[in-house]
Design a protein around this ligand. Structure first.
Ligand SMILES: Cc1cc2nc3c(=O)[nH]c(=O)nc-3n(C[C@H](O)[C@H](O)[C@H](O)COP(=O)(O)OP(=O)(O)OC[C@H]3O[C@@H](n4cnc5c(N)ncnc54)[C@H](O)[C@@H]3O)c2cc1C
Length: 433
């Protein structure tokens, strides 16, 4: 990003910045007035062609242009793969038609990152195919933008977008013509950054609420004593601190892993879940500890609760996070080659972060080198094991006949052996580091 006028800092630094903004008491109002320009264009930075980055990134980085993010649709909700807005190619242009909802900052943005279907859904084999990503001018002559009033985050407008016959230059297709249809893959790259930064903002809200309620509980006298001397006030606030601190560690782990190149989403999603739940719980407890005045607008506490509520809904709900992590962990538990390699990579990065956190970083670079060598050997071993397993299966097939190897049958000895051998390699790897 330095080439385009950026600071070359990572999502880790952005997380600290957004947490700090939110923790100042500005909550999501403050943080979200800047955050889209931080993470929103991750897909462009990753998949855009050199000329596109040259054209798009400097004005954004310099603050001359603002972008909004156009994904959510009224009829499809979280089921993004089914989205219905279309962009039909006509020569050097695409003609877009559709409806988007809950699009933040569209009232003031000059640009939009738009996800639209470039091939009708009935003509594609895989639902992830044929969604394309455009970064283009938000042309107000073609797009009708309607403000949606909402319960919080009022510093940032939220809108419904309706468009028909919207002519988008083909050169605004992110990644160029060869990337037509790859839009969903591109969006996925950006969403981990978004989730983890929203988690950092939620942390900020939680700590702001905790700070305010702790001060109040020390000052408020009831039955001749400050209320913070009552255990029923102390314990819930202590729990809030424990949960916020635990969430903070996972958020910092997740941002670090993202910056190190880890592409899986389980840590970013776990961070988002833990931070938003902890923030909501703390804000709710802050209201109850304040009693009457917690319910009054003047004292800010009700504002924290409204802001913390948003972090539980957007950009993804707690339910979908759990769906995703369940699916992802069950894939990682499998023992096919790619999953094992990903687990090794995750372990390498975790190791790095744990060392850094516990201050044991003295010979880190040597250790990392060692881990990398070992994991290289490990991968070779996995390849060998796979070959050996294939041979064993072939022998079994020859000996027992195909019928006994039907997928409905219980696992064969060769599968179990393979699993055990791989588990022992993982054990060796962990012991070695
Ligand atoms: C203030 C605000 C700003 C936003 N800004 C933007 C923006 O700038 N750009 C943008 O594109 N979007 C934006 N969004 C949209 C946001 O990302 C969506 O609200 C979010 O994706 C949820 O979609 P939905 O409300 O349609 O949920 P729905 O899909 O209708 O889901 C409703 C409920 O059903 C549950 N549910 C759905 N499917 C499942 C399932 N399979 N398993 C279990 N539970 C399920 C959900 O968890 C949720 O509780 C914003 C939203 C808000 C509130």
């Amino acid at each position: 990003m330095k080439d385009f006028g950026g600071s070359a800092l990572g999502i880790s630094e952005a997380a600290v910045m957004l947490q700090t903004i939110a923790e100042s008491g500005a909550c999501m109002n403050g943080a979200s007035s800047v955050h889209m320009n931080i993470f929103g264009l991750e897909p462009v930075a990753k998949f855009g062609m050199a000329a596109q980055k040259e054209r798009w990134l400097p004005p954004l980085i310099q603050g001359q242009e603002r972008a909004c993010f156009g994904v959510t649709e009224p009829n499809t909700g979280l089921d993004t793969l089914k989205l219905q807005s279309t962009a039909r190619r006509e020569g050097d242009y695409y003609i877009a038609k559709g409806y988007k909802v809950f699009i933040s900052t569209a009232q003031m943005a000059q640009k939009i990152l738009l996800l639209a279907r470039t091939t009708p859904i009935e003509e594609v084999d895989k639902p992830s195919c044929r969604l394309s990503l455009f970064y283009t001018d938000l042309n107000r002559d073609a797009v009708q933008i309607t403000y949606i009033p909402k319960m919080g985050r009022s510093a940032v407008d939220t809108n419904a977008l309706f468009f028909e016959d919207w002519t988008i230059p083909a050169e605004d297709l992110v990644g160029g013509f060869n990337a037509e249809g790859d839009g969903f893959k591109m969006i996925l790259h950006g969403i981990n950054a978004e989730r983890v930064l929203m988690a950092a903002e939620a942390l900020g809200i939680g700590f702001a609420a905790l700070r305010r309620v702790s001060q109040y509980a020390g000052e408020r006298m009831v039955f001749n004593k400050p209320i913070n001397t009552y255990q029923s006030i102390q314990h819930p606030l202590t729990e809030c601190w424990i949960q916020l601190e635990s969430a903070r560690l996972v958020v910092y782990l997740a941002v670090r892993m993202y910056d190190e190149g880890y592409a899986g989403g389980e840590y970013a999603n776990a961070a988002k879940f833990l931070a938003s739940e902890a923030a909501f719980k703390t804000a709710e407890r802050a209201i109850r500890t304040h009693g009457n005045i917690g319910y009054a607008k003047k004292y800010h506490i009700e504002r924290y609760l409204r802001k913390a509520t948003l972090s539980r809904i957007a950009p993804v709900s707690a339910e979908m996070i759990k769906n995703y992590i369940r699916l992802r962990r069950s894939i990682l538990r499998g023992f096919h080659k790619q999953a094992v390699a990903e687990a090794v990579k995750a372990r390498e990065i975790e190791e790095d972060v744990i060392l850094a956190l516990t201050g044991l970083r003295t010979d880190l670079s040597q250790k990392i080198k060692k881990i990398k060598n070992i994991s290289g050997d490990f991968r070779n071993n996995v390849d060998k094991e796979m070959d050996a397993t294939k041979k064993a299966v072939k022998n079994l097939q020859d000996n027992l006949g195909q019928a006994e190897l039907d997928s409905s049958a219980p696992p064969q000895t060769s599968d179990r052996e393979c699993h055990t051998r791989q588990a022992s390699h993982v054990g060796t790897l962990y012991q070695a580091v």
